[in-house]
Design a protein around this ligand. Structure first.
Ligand SMILES: *Cc1c(COP(=O)(O)O)cnc(C)c1O
Length: 406
């Protein structure tokens, strides 16, 4: 059984302590009274802090935020101010960047499978670097070969990652030279290699392995006096601490820095962090809307669940820290359930909680990545409203579901 923690034990790195709007439990209730429930509190100062920490841990590596983790205008505008680039995968993500007039030279298109229309939309925007992983995709660039440079995505399966991103995409490392030769023959410029070591990896071993294999490919190409591969994209995967078990990013990245240090100085390096930047930046507030004793357990029904902000429990296989600041008295086996009529809509079973009343809140920090991004409106329930603080002042934010906090 797991304990949901009380209000006194918020963790320092969770983003919760850092959120000025969350001074104490009474503030959570004030926000709910003012803006309704459920809420997601997005703190752009945490986005800045995460970007700077990762940039410092990976000196010389150009960070490109993977928009799919949290496709938020406020996050994009904040990161653009910091000098971050962007990893785009769809035309919708391109539109988000166009709205903010983001310089397309700071972007790369990383979806290995594209329609001609997707390529044309990206080129019209001004993005000229694309990821491919097979011959059909290389041939899709024949009409555009004078305007583009390609990265070849290599697959390094990683069963220890929370989400293995080398199952669906990437060529085998043994196929690389054949694909490079095919591109050379068609006079299509491949400027480098890319990989994704898997999301929320426990340590940097997979990144290091992939960097070393890519370095070998690059060295072989140089020794054959072929056009050198001058770019290495090391993808995302940088972990955050959902349960206190992950090391700080500085020590996580130390082996990656060592491996990158062995590359020739002419090779430029990019990374595509999503989770690391977004996860700690958002905190969920849900409210108890009903309760029932069923057998030995207390069931608390919340207004947010796995079809909404907690969708990451299904799609991203992630459990978020839960804080029950209003729970009182003896801890009892309890269940936290979501608001839909579906029985899989349960956030936590078998947790020990003091008694809660209708109107009490549950706080879940670390809910920025792969949460709102995959939330649905199943049962015709609305998505959680997003309250944003510390976003760039000139950003047009107000709409019915996004509110700027002082
Ligand atoms: C999702 C994705 C990322 C971001 O991964 P994180 O593990 O969230 O850092 C980066 N690159 C590509 C190609 C992706 O698909």
């Amino acid at each position: 059984m797991k304990h949901a923690t009380g209000s006194d034990s918020s963790t320092a790195d969770s983003g919760l302590a850092a959120h000025p709007a969350l001074g104490g439990s009474s503030d959570w209730h004030t926000l709910v009274e003012q803006y309704g429930s459920p809420l997601l509190l997005l703190d752009c100062d945490v986005v800045r802090r995460q970007y700077r920490k990762l940039a410092q841990a990976l000196p010389g590596v150009a960070l490109h935020y993977a928009i799919k983790a949290l496709p938020s205008k406020a996050v994009i505008a904040t990161l653009a101010e910091e000098g971050c680039g962007f990893d785009i995968a769809t035309n919708g993500e391109i539109r988000l960047l166009e709205e903010r007039f983001i310089d397309p030279r700071r972007t790369l298109h990383t979806h290995p499978i594209k329609r001609d229309e997707d390529i044309r939309t990206a080129l019209r925007y001004g993005c000229t670097t694309f990821v491919v992983d097979n011959i059909d995709e290389i041939e899709k660039f024949l009409p555009y070969r004078h305007r583009v440079a390609l990265l070849l995505r290599v697959s390094f399966p990683n069963p220890s990652a929370r989400v293995d991103l080398s199952r669906k995409f990437g060529c085998a490392v043994e196929e690389v030279s054949e694909l490079l030769a095919a591109a050379d023959e068609r006079r299509i410029h491949v400027k480098g290699l890319s990989f994704h070591a898997g999301s929320q990896v426990p340590d940097a071993a997979a990144h290091v392995h992939a960097i070393e294999r890519c370095a070998e490919v690059m060295a072989r190409r140089r020794s054959h006096a072929l056009a050198p591969l001058s770019l290495l994209d090391i993808g995302g995967g940088f972990p955050v601490s959902y349960d206190g078990s992950v090391r700080d990013i500085e020590s996580f990245c130390a082996p990656i820095r060592d491996a990158l240090g062995k590359l020739p100085p002419s090779v430029r390096v990019l990374a595509e962090p999503g989770r690391y930047i977004a996860a700690p930046a958002m905190t969920c507030i849900a409210s108890v809307v009903g309760r029932a004793r069923r057998g030995a357990k207390m069931w608390y029904y919340l207004d947010d669940g796995v079809y909404n902000s907690f969708s990451g429990q299904i799609f991203d296989h992630t459990r978020y820290p839960l804080i029950a600041p209003d729970a009182r008295g003896e801890a009892r086996p309890s269940v936290l359930a979501g608001p839909t009529c579906d029985s899989i809509d349960v956030i936590a079973e078998d947790i020990l909680l003091g008694e809660m009343q209708i109107g009490d809140v549950i706080i879940a920090p670390m809910m920025g990545a792969y949460t709102a991004a995959s939330a649905t409106t199943f049962n015709s329930l609305p998505r959680a409203r997003i309250l944003t603080r510390a976003a760039p002042a000139d950003l047009e934010l107000e709409d019915s579901n996004i509110v700027r906090l002082a």
